[in-house]
Write a protein that binds this ligand. Sequence first.
Ligand code: 9LD
Length: 233
Amino acid sequence: KEKVEITKEQQALMKVILDAYNRHQIPQDMAKKLLQDQYSAEENFLLLTEMATSQVQVLVEFTKNIPGFLTLDREDQIALLKGSAVEAMFLRSAQVFSRKMPNGHTEVLEERIRKSGISEEFITPMFNFYKSIGELHMMQEEQALLTTITILTPDRPYVKDQQAVERLQETILDVLRKLCVLQHPQEPQYFARLLGRLTELRTLSHYHAEMLTSWRVNDHKFTPLLCEIWDVQ
Ligand SMILES: CCOC(=O)c1ccc(NC(=O)c2c3c(nn2-c2ccccc2)CCN(S(=O)(=O)c2cccs2)C3)cc1
């Protein structure tokens, strides 16, 4: 049985990524607002827009801290950010949602999101995803590394130097694989299950694209940053 060991530099890499990942959470006031008194569908929608916008800003900051990311071609950096923004947000949302919140908060949060004007056909797969992530009881390190792997997906549209992105992604995949073996010795398939969630994420981002079209129809407004990163309006 091959002895799995995380090297010193892999430890350092993980620390950099985890610190960057933890530096930004949903601003408490926003999360509190989401949990407070009654809101109309419009106000809920506006709140989600606000939260999604701040999430994109956080994503850009986080990505800049991924070792090697800033050495990539500038245009490829943009292509990776645009290609992963929705997936990164839903991965982060699932982690926020599945975090041990004071009892009853998860239900209230679920209620707000359901009552925000998002069509039912999108709500169901979204909450299925949140629950499937929650069941994994992922460690912070695993969450941060999985988000990094999502961002460093080589086959996003318009990425020119895919090999360069692949090399970075493989480095992170190796650390996550070792971490999973060390943290879940009884569950040899755990690493594969984590990567399987990335496939579920891609499906969710296709739903998201459809959702945007339906919103545009009943003229829901998004912020300039969301329009830019989601290629809408
Ligand atoms: C500062 C760091 O920010 C974070 O860490 C952060 C994490 C998660 C989120 N998540 C969300 O905004 C969010 C959305 C949805 N749920 N959901 C959510 C929020 C909390 C818990 C669980 C899920 C559904 C629809 N989208 S949407 O972008 O398609 C949208 C629909 C309408 C207008 S925008 C947004 C935001 C910030």
